[in-house]
Design a binder for this molecule. Sequence first.
Ligand SMILES: [Zn+2]
Length: 449
Amino acid sequence: MTLRWLQPDLLQLSAGQFVTQHALAIDAAGRIAAVEPIEALPATITPRRLPDQILLPGFVNAHSHAFQRAMRGSTEHLQVGHESDDFWSWRERMYQLALPLDPEPLYTIAFNLYREMLAAGYTAVGEFHYLHHRQDGSAHPTPDHLSRVLIRAAQDAGIRIAVLLVLYVTGGINTSPSPRQRRFISPDLGAFLSLLEPLLRDFGDAPLVSLGLAPHSIRAVPTPMLQKLAEWNRAHHLPVHMHVCEQVTEVEQTRAHLGASPLEIIARTGLLDERFVGVHATHLEADDPQRLNDAGARVCACPTTEANLGDGFLPAHALMSAGVPICIGSDGHIVVNPMEELRLIENNERLQRRRRNVLAGLMQPTPGSMRVAPGLLQSGALHGGAALSIDAGQIKIGLHADLIALDRNDPYLSGVPTDPLAEAIVFSAGPRCVREVWVGGVTRYARSG
Ligand SMILES: [Zn+2]
């Protein structure tokens, strides 16, 4: 078996733990085949040297709406005649962008975004995809055409993609969809499965591509249909991603119409299990972290977008105290910077509590450790891989060789000793530090110069 060996200056053996004098082997299938001390390698093997570089698992971007990248900068002001702005008014402007978007511009936006993600150190993306139909709301001749456009953009860019196909039925609880939502709507589960099943057939074994379910939110899917989806998935075992409680209004409406919190309702439908990922868990009830942990479920935090939209704070301390793994997503792509998503999880807790190192000791790879950064590095990679059900997110034999090399001499990291390197990566580094990116063992990005 032909192996390709890489020898960085430092290699991350487990989150936040770096070793020197080690090499990593990639097999012909693009998976990690070995991690060995240099002294154990036969003399016939000459690894490719990665001088002054730190090799880590690639970051996983578990929540993306690619088309929203086209809005960057354009909503950061008040519109004349509107003296206030919030999530709901932002959503109207997002609809204005989504409604006229054609397939080829969507391809270009997504391709450029996925290249931007690779350059920032993301090696996989969970694309929460709801722009299904043509501008007038009618189906494309190939109904899943826009899913295939996004898959093509990801394949051409070289990033691993999990298409999280969105089921979007209603405009709000017990409310018909508005005409502005016409490109998203599946009238029933059968229509949704007719989008999904050809994709499962055609991409079931495709390299770099996988699929998942994304019932959009309690607002957008009636509970009996969530129940049916849970039943369908008992035979298919796909990851299930869902916007949980991004806005106070949706929590209040769920209580008013359905008599319980969104997560309680989701649990009753049978969807809340170890495949479930709750996105935007910004307005959880006090017992929700335990409910999530009991189910083995995860949470996806999107702190830069949640800040931009004024959603609220993720209760990271409560979630991590309960043992709930948190992964990250760049969501609306105001920022594509995994390190910033990670540090905001801790920094938001600091700002609210006026304390430091709030998440110390929680969800750490080494029990008893009082560090913060190793746990956050797991959020960036390991928990994202699990959230998308892909074999990635760690440097571990058998997993995909989805890797990044950071430049130890970059001004953001220069002068930092090895001991607090994980901390400097999380709290101080940025996409500029990324030197090279491998997905499935193939170099997909290399910084010039
Ligand atoms: Zn979202």
